[in-house]
Design a protein around this ligand. Sequence first.
Ligand code: MSP
Length: 507
Amino acid sequence: MDDKFYLTTPLYYVNAAPHIGHSYTNIAADCLARFMRLKGKEVYFLTGTDEHGQKIFRVAQEEGLSPREFVDKIAPRFVNLWGRLSISYNDFIRTTEERHKKTVQYVLQILYEKGDIYLAEYQGWYCTPCETFWTATQLTSAICPDCKRPLEELREKNYFFRLEKYRSWLIRFIENHVDFIKPLTRRNEILKFLESPLTDLCISRPKTRLEWGIPIPFNADYVTYVWFDALVNYISAVGFGQDEGKFKKFWPADVHIVGKDILRQHTIYWPIILHALGIEPPKTVFAHGWWMMGEGKMSKSRGNIVDPEEVVSNYGADAYRYFLLREIPFGLDGNFSESALINRINSDLANDLGNLYFRTFGMLEKYFSGKIPEVSSPHKVFKEKLARLPQELVEAMENLNFQEMLISIWELVKLTNKFIEDSHPWELAKAKKNTELASFMYNLMEILRIVTISIFPFMPNSAQKFWQQQGQEKKLEEVTFSELSQWGLSSPGTKIEKSEPLFPRIA
Ligand code: MSP
């Protein structure tokens, strides 16, 4: 079994502050990274910022800053937000870093010497906001088919990377690697797209038009096209051409998590670049859906963004993380609304989860002065669910089905709340049935332990607090997945620390 796990997020453009769409990808990636750590993998979790290109150059100009000053101002906002959202990345790469520039130039040189990059005159249409070229055959008017904004006509000499040469290889590769593109609908979409010839990718910009980019190593009059530059980050971060030991250890990436908007770059350009370099493609590219506001995709250019900082200030990072991963299946689109968020907080977090902890701690205080009683075996109502839980989590996580994982955990939470109601603990106390009461309480404490471990990847801060309240000695980060299938790990005699409910209801 492979004991490393290398996962990445897209590198976010720094032309604007981060919004909930960006935070969605990072929260999902963080949940996966934490889950894999729990499974005992050595995780390398990479995120970062995409800092070159026309779009960023223009925004910097509008703000009266040099591109360098501008990117240095915006990049920390991403770092700060990831801190607030408890994103446990191992590496943050900026495309303006030396390690990255060196790798991009190294890659370009190899491909050029191999004959996969050639110079040609280009005539076509360019969409600056999308940083995308369109050929006449792809257009019906001078409007960008993606963002519907006007295109600019261009005629210039540029370097091109041979995509078409590798099309049939790519089709075979996708057909032979069922897990390469997920979900399946996206895989079909790409295979369909590959039925027609590919236009070779223009990978340079003349310096007369754009200076803000990585210089093309074999012609100082050009800089690298921002998408070519950015994709290479996935190998520059793990040392391609610079630290072979690290590269061998972590490559191929286990998963690139991306939004569906950038699927083609990741499942056509990227595997072809890698194959041309003689490197294996990543194991999986997973494309998730979009968060929408009303009708449209949330984006700065549409002016309909939700500021994650604000949501986190109002509702807390964990509730926000929970909502994004619970509300829609990863892969499909969803609508963001504050009322849906409040509903989730009140029903799932305050009512189900919060109540379970609060009631359990309250009863332990009342009946056993807050001390965990003697070990007793699991009650029959839990046996079947406890046996299923680890497998359900693993299987759902294999398909990045965060929603299903949470549903599975909540099944246990609800079962336990019902167990409390059905057991009539107050009657046991009244009748002085201490053995039964102790067994009842020990069951609850063990379920809390199991639930806390299970929710840790989703809500790391709350899980930490619950863990501490349970008086667990081992650090939650050191707990292993196998402890989910064990019973009796809560130590009798341990004193719990009761506190206020972590998820109060929102009026
Ligand atoms: N810089 C490129 C990616 C280069 S990767 C080598 C880029 N950046 S981006 O800032 O525009 O957005 C990147 C990602 O943000 C999307 O692929 C997606 O993961 C996420 N999202 C941006 N808007 C989104 C929504 N409205 N909803 C969900 N995710 C979205 O493209």
